[in-house]
Design a protein around this ligand. Sequence first.
Ligand code: ZN
Length: 338
Amino acid sequence: MTDESANAGDGPTPTPGIHHVTCVAGDPQRNLEFWVETLGLRLVKRSINQDDPGTYHFFYGDAEGTPGTSMTFFPWTDLPEGDVGAGQVSRTAFRVPEGSLDYWEARFDERGVDYDAREERFGETVLPFRDPDGLPVELVAVDIPDDDPTTAWTAFVPESAAIRGFHSVTLWLDDPERTERLLRTMGLEAEATEADAAAGSDRTRFVAGGDVGKYVDVVETDRQGSSGRGTVHHVAFQTPTDADQSAMRDAVASMGLRPTQQIDRHWFRSVYFREFAGVLFELATAEPGYASDEPLDALGERLVLPGQFEDRREAIEAGLADVTVPRPDTEFAANRAD
Ligand code: ZN
């Protein structure tokens, strides 16, 4: 965690790393089953898209919804499939414990998950796969220290293999130079560059100062993409306090970008801007957090409607598809237990 106040004079307090990643999905039930049961993340918040209350917003994280662990989805059932390309987060990678990739491959075989051969990247082993909407995701084997800030959720996957927050996002950019300058302004530093066989160009790794979600990889490509199911909507970076966020907002505005005013997202406060190459970035505070309106042991149990939406609960619930959150004690899950 950074200081309470932003640095004076020397630009904004560096971001510790990724706060959350938000993606576009299709069928909400299929999304829940894959991310909760197959991947073993905890549903830490079940809510609605505050800009489109007829659509769910699901938040999956570690056991406590720690910043740097939450993957969130808007399941828009009638949206066409998107295509990953330049101006997007092309890959979202999660940390898993060293030695657990055999477990994951066996689990993926058993459940028919579409995965690729392991890759070596910056000395780490990466297992690429796709979720049921075609979203490209990766597991990266890393050493998880005993004092790691994340807490494993072990309802479906044992602690020895459980996902422990974000490892990185990869940005595909047609012209990386200005984005790289932005990342430096946000406090990330270029760490290493190596050839990226898939893109036929270089991959440069930027690193932030936190423990979780601290890497942003930049790959130059002119591959055309389109938004839709199976793509990332935006990536949010941690600006722990309002002061940190305000200083970061000023810094990106002074580069010629056009950040929004602060918007209250109920579990964090947010500023959004589209960076130079087209990726939607968000700056998110650490507070109040996912446990601010539900007890920690009941996260995700009920539909949470922020603020003024609570007055319209009946109408909103009637407009949402019925879903069942997978539970480890269901017969369905027990039959597939390891
Ligand atoms: Zn967001």
